[in-house]
Design a binder for this molecule. Structure first.
Ligand SMILES: Nc1ncnc2c1ncn2[C@@H]1O[C@H](COP(=O)(O)OP(=O)(O)O)[C@@H](O)[C@H]1O
Ligand SMILES: [Mg+2]
Length: 249
């Protein structure tokens, strides 16, 4: 069982916000680092599976599995991945009420949450509500996890986006990166690729600094979780430098 597997949840209740785009590009980025990556498609639309069907067999491997049937199947699949030494698990999940059990299971399992968000007024209104619901979800209250927003197809000059930025600052939810509105994402998806695999493409390379920010944020947040001190147990004598007090999770 691997204690160092990164379990990343990409979720928003809104269709079209960029969940699959971000999940597939993340999976590709980690696979290109030589890591063993599983992409769990928890959306009935099965877009990750369709993406995987187009992927070049010679490209770094991303194991893509359908997991939209039940919360129990998702939990069993995660156990399987941990037993088989998977380094990174990326879950593409809709946060819709109809899939509430699956969403809750993914939330319990994950180490951190990425929320893609578009900047149209309707998307931002839905996004505000989704972030508020997520922060007050009983799983998040019981076991808080780092969460961050990725502005997708960003339009920083829009009043709506500025309003959302203010709200997120108040809630202490970071905006990790902004992705441009670029056809390079659809072009990569059609080939079962990620934009990091399109190095000769000028539009793809414009996005690399945003993706570096996303990968750094994930690395920092998962590393910090591993270094969190173990809660002090009642009746146990503590000394500041005792290595047994450092949680490895
Ligand atoms: N940054 C972007 N620029 C341009 N098109 C994008 C971008 N992100 C996503 N898209 C396109 O928007 C559509 C919806 O994205 P998708 O990732 O499938 O959303 P979701 O999984 O949340 O439903 C897809 O056609 C995708 O190629
Ligand atoms: Mg999708």
């Amino acid at each position: 069982m691997s204690a160092t597997t990164k379990k990343i949840l990409v979720v928003n209740s809104k269709g079209g916000s960029g969940k699959t785009t971000i999940a597939t590009n993340l999976a590709v980025a980690f696979a290109n680092q030589g890591l063993k990556v599983s992409l769990l498609d928890c959306d009935r639309q099965a877009s990750c599976l369709h993406w995987a069907e187009e992927r070049n067999a010679q490209a770094p491997k991303v194991t893509t599995v359908a997991n939209y049937h039940s919360a129990d199947k998702l939990t069993a699949q995660i156990d399987h991945e941990l037993d088989h030494g998977t380094d990174v698990i990326v879950m593409d999940v809709t946060g819709r009420h109809t899939d509430a059990a699956l969403f809750e299971a993914a939330l319990k399992i994950c180490d951190l949450v990425l929320i893609p968000m578009l900047s149209s007024s309707l998307d931002i209104k839905a996004g505000e509500r989704f972030v508020a619901d997520l922060m007050t979800h009983r799983v998040m209250r019981a076991t808080p996890k780092p969460m961050g927003v990725i502005y997708n197809r960003a339009n920083t000059s829009s009043a709506n986006q500025q309003r959302l930025e203010t709200l997120l600052r108040c809630l202490d939810v970071p905006v990790i990166a902004e992705l441009r509105d670029s056809t390079v994402y659809a072009n990569a998806a059609e080939k079962g690729a990620g934009i990091m695999e399109m190095r000769e493409n000028a539009a793809a390379s414009k996005e690399y600094s945003a993706w570096r920010d996303i990968m750094l944020w994930i690395d920092r947040r998962t590393a910090v979780r591993r270094e969190l001190p173990r809660p002090i147990q009642a009746g146990r004598k503590t000394t500041g430098s005792n290595p047994k007090q450092t949680r490895v999770s």
